[in-house]
Design a protein. Sequence first.
Length: 194
Amino acid sequence: MSITPWLRRFSLMAIALVAVFLWQTPLQAQSLNPEELSEAVTQIEQLDGMRSQLASGLEGTNTEPTLETFKQVCKPVGMRAKQLSQETGWTVQQIAEKYRNPDHAPKTESAEFALNLFKENPTLVGYWDEETLDGQQGARYFRRINVEASCQVCHGRKGDRPDFVKNNYPQDLAYDFEVGDLRGLYSVFIPYLN
């Protein structure tokens, strides 16, 4: 599968989402860089593509995932999110109601609202909102993360989770998902220009 047509489709979607956001919030439009908003959507689509591609290696395997599997499949996605934050000045996070890492718990009313909105609207892929985060006003993009078949290896039935998950995450909530369920959200906060 070539990523170029896929990326092109989502780039067009990004431009449309940015246009809708700017149209709905005209008072703050002077504080935004539309190219940056479009780039945020593109980067998150690439991040989600990376997640899907890395997790696809787990499908059809009979070997139980280990901590090393986690380092090869899930950790690179988190590391890329951190790298994006450092490179751009954005705040890039993953948010989930049923989280494994407590850092992914929703910490704002906006994040909780977004999770509920995506749960109630299974076809919603992403949307922009205004928010103040840590005292800074800005735009925040939320993007759906769906459970894929490959995710079931670690996020399926509670009793079927790999031993490394049971041992390292005693407060784990990220299980009992079905394919197609809302796993969580990517979140990108972009501060307004000064």
